[in-house]
Design a protein around this ligand. Structure first.
Ligand SMILES: *Cc1c(COP(=O)(O)O)cnc(C)c1O
Length: 428
């Protein structure tokens, strides 16, 4: 049987004798064993994605901080921590996950536009490597919290370089109109403030211009804007140790061809060298590109509803399991777990059971399917389970990590009783 075009996630995701396999494991078999909807991740695919960054950074002072909001399962964090990866966190909850997974706070940076005092305190107590600070107000609060703890908080300013990452408006973060970061033309003054506050120690500079970026140029533009600032800040007597270029590298969902991570990093390092900054420690905060193509969401076809205008293929996964299509109008590949040579392909809208017209996973897809068949939604390793909700009182899916010959359940399927365990009836 044909293997068809290259699948996003290849070579770890491949079709063999009609069966879709992740790291050699039949997705249909895993679905029979663990039920659906089911997220399945390949550990080897994650490590391979990380290795591309690490290879390109070898021989330089560097730290890759996995932006764990993309997929925060403990086993995923454990996998990256064991491979020497640090973490980029955006809440005290994420910090707790890093620690629970055996990650190192000293290799963890704390990002986010709205850190609370208690979260800052928890991060200081754990000994995080640094805070990516996004406003003057946050700088002053962090200074207070650090002094109350008798420590100096290491800070980098997240600078908004005002470059267009050319991506979806919801996932573009480096424009003046975005809520993120300190404006480029205010940054020098804010660094001067940071250097004057006794509870802070200026450590570096940071930016993050968006997500699902498929070109190198926006990164180089942002880096140039950052280096202009580094030079101005250091001319003012404030030393910046590291440069954090953020995350945001895109993956292939359909026909995108983003640069490989090692190509992107090589271009960034070349620009640093060309401008005389080759000695600096480089931090990166990739999320999606480390996990996105390492995972799929397996779902079962419940009903086929052919219609006059649209044919609907109703599956047991929904927008609460995988929100990217509804939220960003995102395209995700959909493939039958087992090819059905006897079924005629038809054009289907693949939709879930949730009571919203926005509840769709794919539109106008040519698929040969019958009820009871299973489909794999591809590239679902990032911003899949991490954004899942319990809308419609639907328990969240189970997660499995395949690793060589083994398939490990890394998160149990939620039970309905779990969903309202914290709720209380009114007194009668
Ligand atoms: C989300 C985020 C990232 C990672 O973005 P990806 O597109 O998943 O690589 C990195 N840094 C910060 C500050 C973020 O908020």
């Amino acid at each position: 049987m044909s293997t068809g075009p290259t699948l996003p996630g290849a070579p770890f995701l491949a079709r063999l004798q009609g069966e879709l396999r992740l790291e050699g494991h039949s997705l249909d078999e895993l679905a029979r064993r663990f039920g659906t909807p089911l997220f399945v991740y390949s550990r080897a695919a994650m490590l391979s994605a990380l290795a591309a960054y690490q290879r390109a950074l070898a021989g330089r002072p560097h730290l890759v901080c996995y932006a764990m909001k993309a997929n925060s399962n403990l086993a995923v964090l454990q996998t990256f921590a064991a491979a020497g990866c640090g973490f980029d966190i955006v809440s005290a909850g994420e910090l707790a996950r890093v620690l629970a997974a055996g990650g190192d706070a000293a290799r963890t940076v704390f990002s986010g536009v709205g850190k609370r005092r208690d979260e800052m305190a928890a991060a200081l107590a754990a000994g995080v490597r640094g805070f990516n600070v996004e406003s003057e107000g946050e700088l002053r609060v962090l200074d207070e919290v650090a002094r109350a703890h008798g420590v100096r908080a290491p800070v980098s300013l997240r600078v908004n370089p005002d470059v267009d990452a050319g991506t979806h408006p919801y996932i573009s973060t480096g424009l003046k109109s975005n809520k993120f970061g300190v404006a480029h033309d205010r940054a020098l003054a804010v660094y001067q403030l940071a250097a004057s506050l006794p509870g802070l120690r200026v450590a570096g500079i940071d930016c993050h211009i968006g997500s699902q970026i498929t070109q190198v140029e926006p990164y180089l533009d942002a880096l140039d804007r950052l280096l202009d600032l580094v030079e101005a800040v250091e001319a003012d007597g404030i030393t910046l140790h590291h440069i954090d270029v953020g995350g945001g590298l895109g993956i292939t969902y359909t026909d995108e061809s983003p640069p490989a991570a090692d190509v992107l990093v090589a271009r960034l390092l070349a620009r640093l060298d060309a401008r005389g900054h080759g000695h600096r420690e480089v931090l990166l905060e990739p999320g999606r590109s480390l996990v996105g193509n390492a995972g799929v969401l397996v779902t079962e076809v419940l009903y086929l509803k052919p219609g006059e205008v649209t044919n609907f293929c109703v599956v047991d996964a929904a927008m609460n399991d995988l929100t990217r299509p509804a939220l960003y109008d995102a395209y995700m590949g959909i493939e039958p777990c087992t090819q059905q040579p006897d079924v005629k392909a038809q054009r289907w809208d693949v939709v879930g059971p949730v009571c919203e017209s926005g509840d769709w996973l794919g539109r106008q897809r040519d698929l040969a399917v019958a009820p009871g068949d299973r489909l794999a939604v591809l590239s679902a390793g990032a911003y899949g389970m991490a954004m899942a909700s319990n809308y419609n009182t639907r328990p969240r899916a189970a997660e499995v990590m395949v690793d060589g010959d083994a398939a490990h359940l890394i998160r149990e399927r939620e039970k309905v009783a779990d969903l309202f365990a914290g709720e209380r009836l009114l007194p009668r």
